[in-house]
Design a protein around this ligand. Structure first.
Ligand SMILES: Nc1ncnc2c1ncn2[C@@H]1O[C@H](COP(=O)(O)OP(=O)(O)OP(=O)(O)O)[C@@H](O)[C@H]1O
Length: 307
């Protein structure tokens, strides 16, 4: 199936001369939830703004369902709903009026049945006549999503959808996003919460200093997460790993006094018990041992810290 968004050789140099995006290549699959992770200033908002036609690219090409975002701006933009980071909407309008108005901005004919469905899906129906100012923060966020969905887009961008939102509300938002995906909407979200990416995303992309440094299926990343390391500090130095221990793929430190064993926590057997007994049989004694587990956070931090 062709990608719903295709970004090719995209760069952005701001007027100040600052290069915010450097030759980005990225394809978003139809129907997926894609989480874009990156530290502050990495270029996430710049990338989203270009795809949504709010900022112009310096080089490169973006197609939204085959429509060039420059040459066929209106066609491309009409396929996209954007929920920006900041909540800004007319405080004294009713929920119904503000969501209906958003649809009008895309030149779409009135469709009260669609607006009703969106408000019901987002559990806002009983608030349709309430003024925005009277709503809680979580409801306001849902109104922003309703606005973004008012013109029936196929793609929804959520920029930090749960920033500053409490755990319960965050879970509620995740549920909303899942339902949207089930209804066929492709979702791209940015987040600082690694847990959110782990929970929601089908694929994860990491952007740093304007470059995409990793795009991976979440399941594959979780496999990496499942890896643990056992470090054995040996009583004495050894020159080489005895052949009886070859099946464990151990790593011997340069000084010869530490062995590292990588194992899979998701596997039925970790192999630690047999390793320890085989070590004893080989006459290798250790004075201490510890285990470490790499988390997505570790992977993320090490990726973005790399020179
Ligand atoms: N209009 C602009 N002119 C010059 N530089 C800009 C402009 N907008 C953004 N930048 C710079 O481009 C870089 C990327 O900014 P961007 O807002 O895309 O990052 P981000 O990944 O969304 O960050 P955050 O997580 O903080 O929202 C930053 O260094 C920022 O200072």
């Amino acid at each position: 199936m062709s990608p719903i968004i295709s970004v090719a050789n995209l760069s952005k140099i701001y007027g100040s001369g600052f290069k915010a995006l450097d030759n980005i290549n990225l394809e978003i699959r139809r129907g997926e939830i894609f989480a874009l992770l990156g530290p502050n200033g990495a270029g996430k908002t710049t990338l989203i703004s270009i795809i949504c036609g709010i900022a112009n690219p310096t080089h490169g090409k973006v197609l939204v369902d085959g429509h060039d975002i420059i040459k066929s701006y209106r066609a491309a933009r009409s396929l996209i709903g954007l929920v920006p980071q900041e909540l800004h909407t007319d405080a004294f309008e009713s929920v119904w009026a503000t969501v209906s108005f958003s649809r009008g901005l895309f030149g779409k004919p009135k469709n009260p049945a669609h607006i009703e469905k969106v408000l019901k899906d987002l559990s806002l129906w009983d608030k349709k006549d309430a003024k925005i100012v009277t709503l809680s923060g979580g409801m306001k966020r849902r109104v922003m999503i309703a606005k973004a969905l008012s013109h029936e887009p196929q793609i929804l961008f959520l920029d930090e959808p749960t920033a500053g939102v409490d755990v319960e509300l965050r879970k509620g938002m995740w549920e909303v996003v899942r339902q949207l995906q089930a209804s066929g909407v492709t979702i791209i979200l940015t987040t600082h919460y690694i847990e959110e990416a782990e929970e929601m995303a089908d694929r994860i992309g990491v952007i740093n200093k304007g470059e995409i440094i990793l795009v991976e299926e979440k399941a594959k990343l979780m496999e990496k997460l499942g890896k643990k390391q056992l470090k054995l500090h040996l009583q004495g130095k050894i020159d080489a790993i005895p052949s009886a221990l070859t099946p464990y793929n151990l790593e011997l430190s340069d000084e010869g006094c530490q062995l590292t064993y990588n194992y899979d926590t998701k596997g039925e057997r970790t192999g630690i018990t047999s390793l320890l007994s085989d070590l004893r049989n080989a006459g290798i004694r250790f004075s201490d041992l510890d285990t470490t587990q790499s988390t997505l956070e570790d992977i993320f931090v090490s990726l973005v810290r790399a020179p």
